[in-house]
Design a protein around this ligand. Sequence first.
Ligand code: GLA
Length: 724
Amino acid sequence: MDASVSISGTTETARLDSGTTTVVFHWTDGIPVIVHLGAKLPEDVDLDTLVSALVRPTPQASLDETAPISLLPEFSRGFMGHPGLIAHRAEDAPSAWAGRFTFTRYDATDTGISFYCRDPYRGLDLCITCSLDPQTNVLTFQNELVNSSDRSLLVDWFAAPVVPVPSRLTEYLSFHGRWCAEFALERMTVPVGLTKKENRRGRTSHEGFPGIVLLGENTSEDSGPCLAAHLGWSGNHRMVLERLPSGEMQLQMGALHFAGELLLRPGDSLKTPDLYVTASSVGLSAMSQAFHEEIRRKILKFPEPQKPRPVTVNTWEALYFDHGWDKMTQLVDSAVDVGAERFVLDDGWFKNRDSDRAGLGDWFADEEKFPDGLDPLIDYVTKNGLEFGLWVEPEMVNPDSDLYRTHPDWVLGLADYPNPLSRNQLVLDLTNDDVTQYLYDCLEKLLTDHAIGYLKWDMNRDLVMPGNREGRAAAHKQTLALYALLDRIRAAFPHVEIESCASGGGRIDMEILKRTHRFWTSDSNDPVERARIQSGFSFFFPPEVMGAHIGPAWSHTSGRGFLPGFRGLVAGVGHLGLELDLGGTTERELPDMRHAVERYKADRHIWHGGNFYRLPSIDPALIGFASVSMDKHQARACVVQIDRPRSTVPALVRIPGLDPDVQYHVVMDDPDDLLGKANRGFNNQLASGHLVVSGAVLTQVGLQLPVLYAQTGLYLTINKSEIT
Ligand code: GLA
């Protein structure tokens, strides 16, 4: 459906529509305002009437004319909250901290609209672009600022188009975390005043994922209003959520710049990262499905879109730095045995890399471990029918490396300041073309000389004092240079898939996903931690990009152990991998591993192509996921009891998204075979394998599950029944 623009007198309005959503813009002489972003409005709603019905009263003791939350709110118009643009001039220009834009024109396309505004005081041009995908229901926003004056401008803050949040969304989900605990969630009340979240780590970060969900007091997975936003940016970022004294709420997200970092010279322009926004009036799972669809249709570019996501064996927790020929080939043999399809050689293969103290930067096979280069191993892997993948960490260098000894000046940092190490490494300055050319040449040689179909691209430290050669803060340009390097690699080797890893999930966002095909979600393979992380991850990203591995019986990051069926169950919800010494100490677990792989292969098309749901649950110790095929003929559910259940008998579990009129056959798999112990009896048709029940019952009433021990789970296979 086209953007429909209507103009009457001096008031102009425009609307964009998708299947579930309408957004209405309104403007007079200044920067346009969003007057509605949410549930779809009937086509015949008169927008002028809508706008006049929403005119706010002028309260006591206020400016005669109060400024609205425009797409870039301005102090100069009397907006008293956090402004959308903060900029000034370094040279003597006392009034350049202020400015005021006037509306000049718009351009409407099939699915979007761009507004052009000009600030004559400072000689700035602003272009605000908004589009609404009619199929995915996701809005994409971007601002661009052009310095059309003859003097430089320093930009301190430039928000992506600012979203006014409906005041009934009184709560928000904040995403925080740390290493091995990504996507931690906290539900809070939006306070009056300003809430700011900032990330200065130089990568998307574990600690402050650039996303937020605003929701009503009673909003749940399958009911109530919510609005979610995500900034597609892999560097420093800031989010401002502000509830004004007037009761209005604004949400600003954008790239965070260090002081003086963004100098716009005459003629220069600056674009904000893309901001993705979606609204749902039927709960959180529908909101997540909108982001999943957006990613499936527009962000992800698999070299072979029809190819199922291959079962991966990764060497890290199996071998660490110990790349002996026998160990590696035994692992390949076991990988074949369990049914793996891709073998990824992780850290430890390159020159002098026997620990994390040396080698980063020297991207050549270690001659002791690989006397004849990488090809003998790659041949062994590929002749066994597996694809070969390789770990790299191109942005980094160890001081103990040939690269650093030759080019100590290639790192980010400030000459007069100590440059702190993290994991014994420093960060290369990608804004230096010599550096990116060196990295490109290394990667090009690896990918040209060898049959490598996959790169695990890691990034294992935060940036501290990221100054470039001129001493200017360069974190922003570093992020853009990384994108450019990845784009170059992707263009030259379009068949190579790339995994985005940053000490686990430190670089998970939509912009990096445009150039990559999988996230390493977390360094934690502990299934209890993972169930929580995967639940948080699923708010924005679909299962097919969620790298999820079955780790060893004893988890090296959390220090506790789990049964094999449980580990396989939780990992099977994402893009499955195995990361353990399959042929060694865990040999007795091989049948469980085979079972997990078989189930994943049989069902991955449902998890990776269906509608994903987090199961509504009243037990905080029960986490559940389901995926329903688009034709609603098949569904799979995974129920994870992370701790002892809170009641002696579990509450009914509803399976959302099914066709109410279809009869489904439900089969339960208890992968660790513990139900006989955890229940004195369970004489339910589910237990006998004969449960055939309607979608209406499964979705509205729910399913009685047996009692589950802590740290166990169930897998449900739900197929349209042939018996009617
Ligand atoms: C990071 C990654 C791990 C592994 C190690 C190797 O921690 O997240 O998966 O690749 O580096 O050093």
